[in-house]
Design a binder for this molecule. Structure first.
Ligand code: G6P
Length: 588
């Protein structure tokens, strides 16, 4: 969703904020804006991508040593300059940037209108600066006014407040991500760590209702408990180069290539934590996996492995649907939540429900300090480094490898995965090689003008087909749908026309049936792309991927990640910022 950043220090705020916005742009790219304080509040904003707007509106022309900025993914109100953040109070003395949704904004708007306030945007955010102005007019203490105003908000928010009334930046969060960066005589507040990673690796993770006052010092209060909180500084081990494109043209390609390393890093786990999790899973009366998007596909993949390797039945739920099955949760349940960001609203909501019912919460997550990490009884980190491209690539395969490790660990075969990973490393190296890229480019050229595409698999290859379809559709906008091979004859085959591309995932285990399905498709005119260890006469195009059995979900998806990337380039789509999408979906 949206990305926010704030700065207080001795440097020129606008260049730091602009840099931060560029690093946060993966969270939203509809519009952006900045406010800097230099006695007076100066604000600039417009519709468009960060670099375009910053140039047009001359963000760097703003001078001052503190400020706030925002890059927007529109939820309430269209993509217009008026709806872009920062939003100002009626007297133009208070600026606010916000990520989240204020559920009672209509009610608050009505209240403020009765007090004589006017509104100029369609956003829910605009109530916040005006509510602060109202509270400040009653009691000339700015920090108190902010506290009072924020206490009246219902819904989710990460907010940064800048005002001509106060020498500092105020930050607060409830159910939306916000982290503080602590530098030398300077502070940052941002939706995500990459926004300030090049300035500091010291961070303060915030909890719900934390209210932070940043000026020469940092003070944290909890709005709910009405008390001051001790500031706890943690260090992060992400490097600046991990959050930069380096020699790559896009983050998507960089992150696909990184899988050679990230798969190994996913297995660097504390054995004691792993054993605890395995014991919880063994003792559970029922197990639920909850996740969204690609993380859901990783969960689905794992459910096949838990069944075949560990003889464990797992209920896999798209997190937004989980509340419908909530009544099956009790203190003997384990809910395993899978999320790259650890901030996906529906996942957090599911975990909250499950916790209320007494279930054990385990999570697999990439971002240390994220809300999901804090809401979990136990967690495993993916160790994949920051993933910047909106599409999940390296975090998906890391999730799958870690879940595979759990399945094997349940039957005391932990070492087998560690051994296998060295072999897998060579396979992934080959799958991301220049030869493979040339081959995939050729395939992309052949199918780039198609409107529809289908992917099929059976068993463990079915979730891979789902992830493949998602990758292709979300970045190239070709309509792509996945089916289990056995379902084709129940409807989908009616859509097959001459040269409709169909990607078929073949494994040693399912080869006879899936090849038979491919033959059925071919006889209706389909153009068959086989992802398989050996060629077959039914294939019009063969992508050779060595057979890796229960690791096929990791190896078979990589060429399709590359295909999605190449299709995006050929169709003139930006692979890192697909239209209408955001990296972290922090609203329901
Ligand atoms: C968004 C992203 C996807 C991601 C999904 C779940 O839709 O664009 O790449 O898979 O959210 O995100 P999570 O952070 O929970 O894994």
């Amino acid at each position: 969703m949206c990305g926010i950043i704030g700065y207080v220090g001795n440097k020129n705020a606008s260049s730091i904020l602009l840099n931060g916005l560029k690093n946060l742009e993966y969270r939203g790219y509809d519009s952006c804006g900045i406010a800097v304080l230099n006695k007076e509040l100066q604000t600039r904003k417009n519709v468009g991508k960060v670099s375009e707007v910053a140039k047009k509106e001359n963000f760097l022309g703003l001078m001052g040593r503190m400020g706030i900025a925002h890059t927007r993914w529109a939820t309430h109100g269209g993509v217009t300059k008026e709806n872009a953040h920062p939003h100002l109070s009626n007297n133009k003395k208070i600026a606010v940037v916000h990520n989240g949704i204020i559920e009672n904004h209509e009610e608050l708007k009505k209240f403020l209108k009765n007090k004589g306030f006017n509104f100029y945007s369609e956003t829910d955010t605009e109530v916040i600066p005006n509510l602060i102005e109202y509270e400040f007019s009653r009691n000339q203490d700015f920090v108190q006014a902010c506290k009072k105003a924020l206490k009246r908000l219902k819904g989710s928010y990460a907010v940064l407040i800048l005002s001509a009334y106060f020498d500092g930046v105020i930050a607060s969060r409830h159910e939306s991500p916000l982290v503080i960066g602590v530098g030398d005589n300077e502070f940052f507040a941002a939706s995500d760590i990459p926004a300030f990673l090049e300035y500091t690796k010291k961070v303060v993770y915030l909890y719900d209702y934390d209210f932070v006052v940043l000026n020469k010092n940092i003070k944290i209060f909890n709005l709910k408990k009405n008390e001051e909180i001790k500031v706890k500084i943690s260090s992060i081990d992400w490097s600046v180069s991990q959050a930069k494109k380096g020699d790559f043209e896009h983050f998507m390609l960089k992150e696909i290539n990184e899988q050679v390393e990230t798969l190994k890093k996913a297995l660097h786990q504390d054995k004691r934590v792993l054993n605890k999790i395995v014991t919880n899973l063994k003792n559970a009366k029922n197990i639920f996996f909850v996740a969204c998007g690609s993380s859901y596909h990783a969960a689905l993949t794992a459910s096949y492995l838990f069944s075949s390797i560990a003889n464990k039945q797992v209920n896999v739920m798209v997190a937004s649907e989980f509340p419908n099955f909530n009544h099956f949760i009790n203190k003997n349940s384990v809910v395993l939540a899978i999320s790259q960001s650890g901030e996906t609203a529906d996942v957090l909501e599911s975990v909250k429900y499950a916790k209320q019912k007494g279930a054990k919460i385990i999570s697999i997550v990439n971002v240390m300090g994220s809300s999901l990490v804090r809401d979990s009884d136990e967690f495993l980190l993916l160790n994949a480094g920051p993933e910047i491209c909106v599409l999940s690539t390296k975090s998906y395969t890391s999730q799958v490898v870690l879940l595979t490790l759990l399945a094997y660990s349940l039957v005391k075969k932990y070492e087998e995965v560690l051994k296998k990973i060295n072999y897998l490393w060579n396979v992934v190296y080959y799958l991301t090689s220049e030869n493979m890229k040339t081959k995939i480019k050729e395939l992309a050229r052949r199918i780039k003008n198609k409107e529809h595409l289908f992917t099929i698999g059976r068993g463990l290859e079915y979730p891979t087909a789902m992830e493949a379809a998602l990758k292709i559709k979300e970045v190239s906008y070709i309509h792509a749908e996945a089916f289990p091979g056995g379902e084709l004859k129940h409807g989908t085959i009616a859509l097959i026309e001459k040269n409709t591309p169909c990607i078929v995932f073949v494994s040693e285990k399912n080869k006879h049936l899936i090849i038979s399905n491919a033959t059925e498709l071919k006889s209706r005119g389909a153009y068959i792309i086989g992802v398989a260890s050996v060629n077959n006469p039914v294939f019009d195009f063969w992508i050779k991927v060595p057979e890796t059995n229960s690791f096929n979900p990791i190896t078979q998806i990589i060429p399709i990640q590359l295909l999605a990337y190449e299709l995006a380039l050929l169709r003139k789509c930006n692979p890192d910022m697909p239209r209408n999408l955001a990296k972290s979906v922090t609203v329901k």
